[in-house]
Write a new protein. Structure first.
Length: 156
């Protein structure tokens, strides 16, 4: 009688996944482990690169002495922002000084705003170097801007 009941119960129970075993759980765990390791292997170098490119001289100077190639991303950013600022200022100057209509002046105003955004993206130390070069050329000598922004030690 018990055997008959067990057979009835077994016939009524529907197996959802009869061929499934414990292997997929271990596969998922292995895949998760691999993803975590890949994230760490990619994230740690990216974090170090981000850290050494922070605009603090106490971080950048030792890196510049030992491994200057690590500072390449920030140098590329400085170069791009500087070139954009120069080009936009020249365009704004031409639009304002040789304006043929009010629209030219407004466009020149927009170019000045864009140039200011590019200049704002430059580090303060870069401003000091540019101002030393520009003012040194105007004054006929080297001008120190120590009252405004302290110049880096390597700028004479």
């Amino acid at each position: 009688m018990e055997q008959e009941l067990e057979q009835k119960l077994a016939s009524q129970v529907v197996q959802v996944h009869p061929h499934r075993s414990a292997k997929p759980a271990s596969r998922n765990r292995k895949m998760l482990t691999k993803l975590v390791w890949m994230g760490l292997l990619a994230g740690i170098p990216i974090g170090v690169l981000w850290f050494v490119n922070l605009p603090y001289p106490s971080i950048r100077r030792p890196v510049a002495r030992v491994a200057p190639i690590l500072l390449l991303p920030s140098y590329m950013s400085i170069d791009e922002n500087y070139r954009d600022a120069i080009a936009l200022v020249e365009q704004a100057d031409q639009l304002v000084n040789q304006a043929t209509s009010h629209a030219d002046i407004e466009l020149g105003e927009q170019k000045v705003i864009q140039a200011q955004k590019s200049l704002d993206a430059l580090p303060i130390r870069f401003y000091t170097i540019i101002l030393n070069i520009v003012l040194g050329g105007i004054a006929g000598g080297s001008v120190r801007l120590s009252l405004i922004v302290p110049a880096p030690a390597w700028v004479s």
